[in-house]
Design a protein around this ligand. Structure first.
Ligand SMILES: Cc1cc2nc3c(=O)[nH]c(=O)nc-3n(C[C@H](O)[C@H](O)[C@H](O)COP(=O)(O)OP(=O)(O)OC[C@H]3O[C@@H](n4cnc5c(N)ncnc54)[C@H](O)[C@@H]3O)c2cc1C
Length: 323
């Protein structure tokens, strides 16, 4: 049985996605348990920049071709399936992102290997692959045990620290020729970028997030002022975006962004599973809510049971005075 742990590297526009580093860090732990190697596999074109960032791997396999420059499920699945079939690693980690969900399911079907999706945790105990999956938007956690010699696990972003996968190193670089072209029912037409000019909340160290408790668009500056006083950015729950009070780029949660700031202040947010899914990875969570039974307090490290219209002006004033 092959003992290696493979990581399918997700990248876009020559930038490696954070979840790839998270998976590399986790792969190092899994490889300790199997006594195998960590192999990062990247499919695309002109991957020099991406390869240079994968120092945490023992080997980097690159499958490069102009026809693979943009993600299309069939071409990328074909390239990856050829590599994985030939090597049959013990575990292959794929990101549970829009691209990764598509890839992992196709690879599982094509290779006949089991796939455990929506993984929050992955480990190997007594030579068995074990994974914890999060389903129903985080309402239920499922423990899966895989008996097969090779398995695919798709990993939710924010499940592991990315720093562990950013190590500097000199992995062996292996170039893999692309497989012959096949059917291409899905074609790449163009990349639609998010609205420009807005803050990237996934990179902010401090986020103050506003929910429906704010009652009206006119009250949002109250939360914005707190964000400024903390040197952070403004984020929100989905209803705020649905009402058109803030742009979609600020939405945290299942259908928005996954964020991992050092500090996340949830203001007037109930803590629905779809919201919590996007922010539970924050290092420190502070919640302000009038309802002491609001589910947000189940994930918050500090809770303020109070009216946000009383608390926020006081907090902002004190922070400004302390500067
Ligand atoms: C498929 C799907 C995807 C979804 N994706 C997302 C997503 O990505 N992100 C997301 O956020 N939601 C998402 N949702 C919606 C989610 O289920 C919730 O409806 C939403 O998160 C609730 O937003 P909220 O907490 O702002 O509002 P509410 O649930 O209405 O909560 C408002 C909170 O404010 C408190 N409050 C009221 N007045 C005050 C006051 N004066 N001071 C302090 N507190 C006060 C209340 O006690 C309450 O807890 C999704 C839903 C579905 C079905």
């Amino acid at each position: 049985m092959n003992r290696d742990i493979f990581v399918v590297v997700e990248h876009l526009d020559r930038a490696t996605a954070d979840v790839s580093f998270e998976m590399l860090g986790r792969a190092r732990e899994l490889a300790k348990a199997t006594d195998g190697q960590v192999v990062a596999v990247a499919v695309g074109n002109d991957l020099r920049g991406v390869a240079a960032e994968l120092g945490a791997a023992d080997t980097v396999m690159l499958c490069q071709h102009p026809s693979l420059a943009h993600y299309t499920p069939e071409a990328h699945q074909r390239a990856l399936a050829a590599i994985l079939r030939a090597r049959a690693p013990r575990v292959t980690l794929v990101a549970n992102t829009a691209m990764g969900m598509d890839l992992a399911a196709g690879l599982s079907g094509g290779l006949g290997w089991p796939l455990v999706a929506y993984c929050r945790h992955a480990r190997i105990e007594d030579d068995r692959i074990q994974a914890t999956s999060q389903i129903y938007g985080g309402k239920i956690l499922v423990e899966a045990q895989v008996e097969a010699p090779s398995a695919l696990l798709s990993i939710l972003a924010g499940s592991f620290p990315a720093d562990a996968g950013r190590a500097a190193g000199s992995p062996v670089i292996e170039e893999v020729p692309p497989p012959p072209a096949g059917p291409a029912r899905v074609r790449f037409k163009r990349l639609i970028r998010p609205e420009g000019g807005d803050v990237d909340i996934t990179r902010a160290a401090v986020l103050v997030s506003v929910g429906r408790g704010i009652q009206s668009k006119d009250n949002i500056p109250l939360v914005e002022e707190l964000a400024e006083a903390l040197g952070g950015a403004l984020a929100s729950s989905r209803p705020i975006v649905d009402q058109g009070w803030l742009p979609k780029t600020r939405q945290v949660g299942k259908s928005g962004m996954t964020v991992k700031p050092k500090l996340y202040v949830a203001v007037g947010i109930s803590g629905a599973p779809e919201h919590v899914e996007g922010m539970r990875g924050a290092e420190l969570i502070v919640a302000v809510n009038t309802d002491r039974n609001a589910p947000i307090f189940n994930v918050a490290h500090y809770g303020v049971v109070s009216d946000l219209f009383d608390v926020l002006p006081l907090l902002t004033e004190k922070l400004k005075a302390a500067k």
